[in-house]
Design a protein around this ligand. Structure first.
Ligand code: FAD
Ligand code: SIN
Length: 524
């Protein structure tokens, strides 16, 4: 099937691009599982933008660069931050019901921000944003939304029926999860907006589908990826044996929450950093990890019970209800929390127009390395990145439309030599194994020896997974396993290549930060 533009992903980045493109072009949006299955719907804290009279773009730029430990590209940081107020304006026009106070948007605070600058919809900002974007997309006759399509690989020159040598990307092969058939979707331009690779780790706040599919597809097609070692761990994921990946927003600390050692009751963050609980995430996550490891704890405590009960319930109604259902009253009790993987800072290298290395292929959002986050993302800068780059990619596609060739005939998916799998257990075993060794060997604190062990395991698994992929019919689980392994490899290779500790990459073998900040760029 041929379309004007294909967008893979229906989160903040994908739908922003779709809405902008649909002013002139017909757009097909593909999503794995449900349309609300990405991280966007799960975002809690909010979106960062300079909206307060006492705040400036320079402050936001500086905070972003400090959190990113100097690895950010200044040009990108300026590009995104200066467009933030406009992005918020557009969301307001789409009907996102941001919290207000005295007729102004209410601004909350999060770690690493020197000012209050986070607009939010209570503690469920992402759901409100996802809903508004989705409603607008559904109402737009130029947008076709197709859920339950697990994209497998990009269609490139090697899939053309008559090889043209153009080096272009022409679309994607996608498994229709409802029929089990693989369909070749072609278009003049393709946008990857597939989110992060958080599920490569055993403990993650990210949804089940965050398996780095877009990053792996782009890499296999020939794109460079950057800074994949920069995996962000959120300091405060709920510790609960039943509910494994429920985030407790950083805004709880922004509104006065303290981190306490549950054994001694000591508020320890001031011992680690002068910004205490509002230090950037890498510092707070490492402090939590250090307390847990030193005292052999299962968790640390996050306590906001010293604030008035009505204030807590008013700011965090969803978290309050969720915890109450689990027997924790956050207005009177501390919350048990642990660090967990949260955000993929690295990804597909893009320029300011969202262009990747391959003609016809764009990317936006968490699957990219745009230069915004550097070595550590500043809280609430990521939804912002989705809006700015979703729109930038769309603008570039529209501006270049007349330069784009129509897609040539491509080869259909060949399933003639595969059979149904009779050993699904292999997929499950490999999934579990990757996520476990990534957590244990490639986590918050790293060593070269542990990274090398992980690299060794990955090399052994590549053969097994490719063999399985070559012999059995694809399923979403198999597609994801193949991509998880690919991402694990990119993360470990990047971590081994960085001989310093910077931001989120902290290694006992190279504890110092080098004078010059350099991207880790892997070339296929
Ligand atoms: P996503 O929203 O993750 O969407 C990815 C899309 O790609 C989905 O539609 C998915 O189905 C699709 N997809 C993936 N693989 C395939 C495939 N193979 N085939 C077809 N489709 C595919 N950031 C903030 O700025 N502020 C916050 O308050 C905040 N809170 C967060 C809270 C949580 C719990 C989490 C996990 C993240 C939070 N983040 C926050 C980060 C932010 O939510 C994400 O970075 C952002 O939503 C990513 O948007 P995206 O459009 O790039 O991808
Ligand atoms: C949070 O609410 O703590 C998450 C914010 C973010 O990831 O930017």
């Amino acid at each position: 099937m041929t379309h004007d533009v294909i967008i893979i992903g229906s989160g903040a980045a994908g739908l922003t691009a779709a809405l902008a493109l649909a002013e002139k072009r017909k757009v097909l949006v593909l999503a794995k599982g449900e349309l609300t299955g990405g991280s966007t719907a799960w975002a809690q804290g909010g979106i960062a933008a300079v909206l307060d009279a006492g705040d400036t773009f320079e402050n936001h730029i500086k905070d972003t660069m400090v959190a990113g430990a100097g690895l950010n590209r200044l040009e990108t940081v300026e590009f995104v931050i200066e467009r933030a107020p406009h992005a918020i304006d557009r969301l307001v026009q789409l009907g996102v019901p941001f919290n207000t106070e005295d007729e102004h948007l209410h601004l909350t605070r999060e770690g690493g921000h020197s000012h209050r600058r986070i607009v939010h919809v209570a503690d469920a900002t992402g759901w409100a944003v996802q809903e508004a974007l989705l409603n607008a997309a559904k109402a737009n006759p130029n947008i076709t939304l197709l859920p339950h399509q697990a994209c497998i690989d990009l269609i490139t020159g090697k899939h053309e029926q008559r090889y043209s040598g153009s080096g272009r990307v022409w679309g994607v092969y996608a498994l229709d999860e409802t029929t089990g058939k693989v369909v070749a979707h072609t278009a003049k331009a393709t946008v990857l907006a597939t989110g992060g690779a958080g599920r490569v780790y055993q403990f993650s706040t990210a949804p089940r589908g965050a398996t780095g599919d877009g990053i792996a597809m782009a890499w296999r097609a020939g794109c460079r990826v950057g800074n994949m070692e920069m995996m962000q761990f959120h300091p405060t994921c709920l510790y609960n044996l039943e509910v494994k990946n429920f985030l407790i927003t950083e805004a709880v600390r922004g509104e006065g929450g303290h981190l306490l050692n549950p054994r001694t009751g000591h508020r320890y963050m001031p011992d680690y950093d002068e910004r205490a609980e509002l230090a950037p995430r890498d510092i707070v996550a490492r402090a939590n990890d250090a307390e847990i490891k030193r005292d052999g704890l299962d968790y640390v405590h996050l306590d906001i019970s010293h604030q008035p009960a009505e204030f807590v319930k008013g700011h965090f109604p969803n978290i309050y209800e969720k915890l109450l259902g689990l027997g924790i009253d956050m207005t009177t009790q501390p919350i048990p929390v642990v660090p967990a993987q949260h955000y993929t800072c690295g990804g597909i290298m893009i320029d300011l127009a969202g262009r990747t290395d391959l003609p016809g292929l764009y990317a936006a959002g968490e699957c990219t390395e745009s230069g915004l986050h550097g070595a550590n993302r500043l809280a609430s800068n990521s939804l912002l990145e989705c809006f700015v780059f979703g729109e930038a990619a769309a603008a570039d596609i529209l501006a270049r439309w007349d330069e784009f060739d129509a897609p040539p005939p491509v080869r259909p998916w060949d399933a003639s030599r595969v059979t149904d799998s009779d050993e699904e257990v292999i997929i499950k075993q490999n999934w579990t194994e990757i996520r476990r060794f990534m957590w244990n060997y490639v986590g918050i604190v790293r060593t070269t020896k542990r990274l090398e062990r992980a690299a060794h395991r990955i090399q052994m698994m590549f053969g097994e997974v490719e063999d399985y992929y070559g012999h059995f019919r694809v399923s979403t689980d198999l597609i994801e396993l193949r991509n998880l392994l690919q991402c694990a490899d990119l993360i470990v290779r990047s971590a081994l290549a960085r001989h310093e500790s910077r931001g989120l990459h902290f290694t006992l073998d190279y504890p110092k930060t080098l004078a010059v900040a350099k991207d880790t760029v892997l070339v296929p």
